[in-house]
Design a protein around this ligand. Structure first.
Ligand SMILES: [Ca+2]
Length: 532
């Protein structure tokens, strides 16, 4: 999900307007209480200081980047902007949003960033929803500012910035937020949660693994937790589409989607354009192979090879499985394969190239044509795996303090394969079955693409589910998801029209239609073990 996409879609109708802060009171100590929002300005923090503290009315424009459109404030809040420098070479922009003292629910939500970070836009989308619910919220730029979240030029020979991005920014951001909260509110912090999707999902798991005391409970969506393997698979996919005849046009994606849905849509009992459990679908793109003559409505051998790679996943030079492939059923939908996988400027081309140029080879001239999976993955793992990868399954410290973890992933994610999250969940269960049973839940989202949107109902509220669980309620066994006419608007809290609903079931259960009620209503479905 790219920042530019959001600005393009949501920015046009909101005018930019900065609120200046003219007063600069003397720097307060860490333990002092702030008389009001503005009194937090220049407040000392452990690793830095507050740059600005501004009261905003509900509906006021929140400008995140100079000269770019902002979004309306979801409620009245105190906007605190700070800069942290925990070590030389590190400069992390942090924002803490504090609901009015009378409206605070006593809790904090940390919001993850996405892609390579770059600014506050992506965390701000989750922070909006949290503030609306009464949470204080914190997000960071991951320690660098750049034009977009696919730019990694900032990482060139910058090990401290790579560490900020990899694991440090959210940790010091949480510490700063807790200091600001203590200064602003009278009551204690009752609970702190973190939610991130995509790279934010990796950030969420990094916190659970490396800083288990920062947050009481964590939501990790579509996590990019295996960064070095994922980046290597991205580059490998990009090499496949750059081969002569190896790319897949939109017409060919439509052929694939029509065929895969035709074969598998009804397997879940409801023909609705969504394959609820793609693991039940054994779709072979070779069935569309051209049989001589033209190639307009069939796949050439090169196209079959690329499609097989995308479905089956990346393999090493000796044929071993390296990283999972993508589920069938939404190949031609907006925001899926044509955005992430195909074309000369796909997200996999951009992320794969930028990762190896700036993180791994420290060579801005490096080209995908020079990529070798086995060799370059080994190099990536050695050079940056320790800072970026968050695949560890030892969550004992997090479990011990009552930590709860909700994982979710859209089955039709074309950026990060959903199956990788299933594997990770299964590894967590294998590593510590009893703790995982009481502290981890996975929700697969049929028909959702990367973090949001897609043909299936994809708007749901994991934060409320997590909060109820962490506060002593039963583990969530289902969440209701809604399909909107504009899923992006619904995601960021702008007006959108609600359509059909479905329960999302705690893995391994899946939603089964009762055979009687409307297939557009969640009440007509029950969560059952697959195959029942
Ligand atoms: Ca179906």
């Amino acid at each position: 999900m790219r920042a530019a996409t959001f600005l393009l879609l949501v920015g046009g109708s909101f005018l930019a307007a900065c609120t200046a802060n003219d007063t600069a009171p003397p720097r307060a100590s860490l333990t002092q209480k702030a008389a009001n929002c503005e009194a937090l300005t220049d407040f000392a923090l452990k690793d830095g200081k507050v740059d600005a503290a501004t009261s905003l009315e509900g509906g006021a424009t929140v400008n995140l980047e100079a000269g770019k459109p902002g979004l309306p404030a979801p409620a009245a809040f105190c906007r605190v902007q700070a800069t942290l420098s925990p070590t030389p070479g590190s400069s992390i922009k942090v924002e803490v949003w504090l609901p009015d003292r009378s409206g605070w629910n006593g809790k904090l939500l940390g919001a993850g960033n996405g892609g390579f970070g770059a600014n506050m836009l992506l965390p701000s989308l989750l922070m909006r929803g949290a503030v609306k619910k009464g949470y204080a919220a914190v997000g960071t730029d991951m320690g660098h500012v750049s034009e977009s979240d696919v730019d990694a030029s900032w990482a060139l020979n910058a090990p401290e910035k790579i560490r900020d991005y990899g694991w440090r920014a959210n940790h010091v951001g949480a510490e700063a937020a807790k200091q600001v909260i203590a200064a602003y509110y009278d009551g204690p912090l009752a609970a702190s949660y973190f939610h991130g999707c995509s790279d934010g999902g990796r950030q969420a798991l990094m916190l659970a693994q490396r800083f288990p005391n920062d947050y009481d409970a964590i939501i990790a969506g579509a996590p990019a937790m295996a960064w070095t393997r994922m980046g290597s698979a991205f580059a490998n996919n990009a090499v496949a589409t750059s081969k002569p005849g190896g790319d897949l046009s939109m017409a060919k994606l439509k052929l694939l989607q029509t065929a895969s849905l035709g074969q598998c849509d009804a397997l879940d009992g409801v023909k609705d354009g969504v394959i609820d459990d793609p693991r039940t679908c054994r779709f072979d793109p070779a069935k569309l192979a051209c049989k001589g003559g033209g190639s307009a409505d069939c796949l050439t051998p090169q196209e079959v090879a690329t499609a097989k790679l995308f479905y089956e996943g990346t393999k090493t030079g000796d044929g071993k499985s390296f990283y999972p492939g993508f589920a069938p059923g939404a190949e031609a939908e907006a925001g899926t394969w044509s955005q992430w996988l195909t074309g000369k400027s796909s997200q996999h081309v951009k992320f794969g190239t930028a990762f190896f140029r700036y993180f791994v080879h420290a060579n801005p001239e490096w080209q995908l044509a020079d990529f070798n999976l086995d060799r370059d993955y080994a190099l990536a793992k050695t050079r940056v795996g320790g800072d970026l990868d968050a695949e560890g399954t030892d969550l004992r410290a997090f479990y011990r303090r009552g930590g709860k973890l909700i994982l979710y992933h859209g089955w039709n994610d074309a950026g990060i394969p959903a199956q990788n999250t299933v594997y990770y969940y299964e590894r967590l269960v294998a590593a510590n079955p009893r703790a995982a049973a009481s502290s981890v839940r996975l929700f697969m989202v049929p028909g959702m693409s990367h973090c949001l949107a897609g043909p299936g109902p994809n708007n749901f509220d994991p934060l409320t589910a997590l909060d109820g669980w962490r506060q002593g309620g039963p583990a969530p066994d289902r969440m209701i998801a809604t399909k909107y006419d504009n899923d992006l608007f619904a995601y960021i809290g702008l007006p959108a029209k609600a359509g059909r609903t479905r329960p999302l079931c705690a893995f391994p259960k899946v939603a089964k239609w009762d055979g009687k009620g409307s297939t557009d209503a969640a009440a007509s479905f029950v969560c059952e073990a697959p195959g029942q």
